[in-house]
Unconditional design. Structure first.
Length: 443
């Protein structure tokens, strides 16, 4: 138990996003499920505001609260892989880098985040985008079961067979349904080497490249998950030094199967979008792919991310993206367009709480900066760019890229869509006194 008099208090309350500076009354740093149950019992007795912290870098900062109780699972790091059954059981403090390290010993993987420091808990409970999602689905689609401490202090297993409504809610709408202590994932054959595309194009050709990329996504097989970034050329030793720090269009794609001729053929359209600045495509270890961009999102810097789902990217939408990127306030800020479909869309629209199965794209406006004096400017840019893209949106927002706490009320319908009422009924059924209601309202 860590309170404000504890010498480790400031370190314990700090999160990855340096923009977040909250001062809880008590942090319960749990070592296992019994600790979590005890923390929930204390919360039920004393009724403080409650927040739940996993192991990663949740952007909105809702892992910590002011003047309340943080149930901190970040030290719960157990992972067990069953290669014969192709399953992994991981505690809620595990990051994707830690899970990948264990599963890749057996050339197995479950679709996870694009940054190895991302926590498995927050990403999965919100849906879970990843580099191979068109092949294997969202992170929540590989869930077999989960262990959860509900508001009454009970320790439950939720799966398709046990507590099915709770299991439905946890897959995409898991904020505030209880404290999930561990996840059982189904694993897929993948790695240890994977084939991928990484091509950098000059920013001067941004609109042409975006249009060509958009057209190429229409014919992409489900084995390929294309992605486009408007960003800064990284200081990579394989890239000429004179390009470092300049603006570019970055094309990425990963093949969700073994490297070879089939992978090369499937990925080729993502490489042939015009003369590139640099082509770094090839094969690499899956664990290296998953951690390749982690260094570009260092802990303690300031971040704000907000997104739209979109069914199409017409030429006007592309011009708007390029225009707003050109106004970005810092070199760390970027715009990402991810391609859905494939296995994501094959899950029935009402089979999980994730409400955006039919969307073709997700467009994320990601501000990053270091200087607190830029807070208003950086957040203002991201909000304005998001507003400018609203006419091209299908009306949905991804909960893991949904702004800060003050955005929650206006975006709730956009995040959960037609599932909002069912989610609320499920939460009330398991938490009639609203112990976790504040957590449910946060992005």
């Amino acid at each position: 138990m860590i309170d404000r008099s504890h010498p480790g208090y400031d370190e314990a309350r700090a999160v990855w996003n340096g923009l977040i500076d909250r001062r809880p009354s008590v942090i319960a740093r749990c070592a296992g499920t019994a600790d979590v149950a005890e923390a929930v019992a204390a919360a039920r007795e004393h009724r403080p505001a409650v927040s739940i912290r996993g192991g990663g870098h949740q952007v909105a900062g809702s892992a910590v609260c002011d003047d309340g109780l943080v149930i901190d699972l970040s030290r719960m790091k157990g992972v067990h892989v069953d290669p014969a059954a192709r399953t992994a059981r991981a505690q809620a403090g595990v990051t994707w880098g830690e899970l990948d390290r264990e599963t890749q010993l057996h050339a197995l993987a479950t679709p996870g985040g694009e940054i190895s420091a991302t926590g498995i808990a927050g990403l999965t409970l919100g849906g879970g985008f990843g580099f191979v999602m068109r092949m294997f689905g969202l992170s929540c689609d590989s869930l077999r079961s989960l262990e959860i401490v509900t508001a009454d202090g009970g320790v439950r297993t939720a799966s398709r067979e046990e507590e099915p409504e709770l299991f439905w809610a946890a897959r995409g709408g898991g904020r505030g349904i209880g404290v999930v202590t561990s996840f059982e994932f189904g694993l897929h054959q993948l790695g240890p080497e994977v084939a991928g595309v990484l091509v950098l194009h000059p920013f001067e050709r941004a609109e042409d490249v975006l249009r060509a990329w958009r057209d190429a996504t229409y014919g992409a097989p489900e084995t390929v998950t294309p992605e486009l970034l408007l960003w800064t050329v990284p200081a990579h030793p394989a890239i000429p030094r004179e390009l470092h720090g300049t603006n570019c269009v970055m094309i990425g794609a990963v093949y969700g199967g073994p490297p070879g001729d089939g992978a090369t053929a499937a990925l080729t359209p993502q490489r042939e979008l015009g003369p590139p600045l640099v082509d770094l495509s090839g094969t690499m270890p899956y664990v290296m792919l998953q951690s390749a961009n982690t260094w570009r999102f260092p802990e303690g810097e300031r971040y704000f991310m907000k997104s739209h789902f979109a069914d199409e990217l017409n030429d006007e939408a592309i011009r708007t993206l390029v225009d707003w990127y050109s106004r970005r306030p810092t070199p760390q800020s970027l715009i990402v367009v991810r391609t859905l479909g494939g296995a994501v869309a094959r899950v029935g629209p009402d089979d999980s709480a994730f409400a955006h199965r039919s969307a073709r794209y997700n467009v994320s406006i990601d501000a990053g900066w270091r200087d607190p004096a830029l807070d208003e400017t950086a957040i203002g840019w991201a909000r304005s760019a998001w507003d400018a893209m609203k006419p091209f949106s299908s009306g949905g927002t991804y909960v893991n890229f949904a702004g800060l706490g003050e955005d929650a009320s206006e975006l709730r319908g956009a995040v959960f869509g037609s599932h909002e009422e069912r989610l609320e009924r499920t939460r009330v059924a398991y938490d009639p006194e609203g112990l976790f209601a504040p957590a449910a309202r946060r992005p």
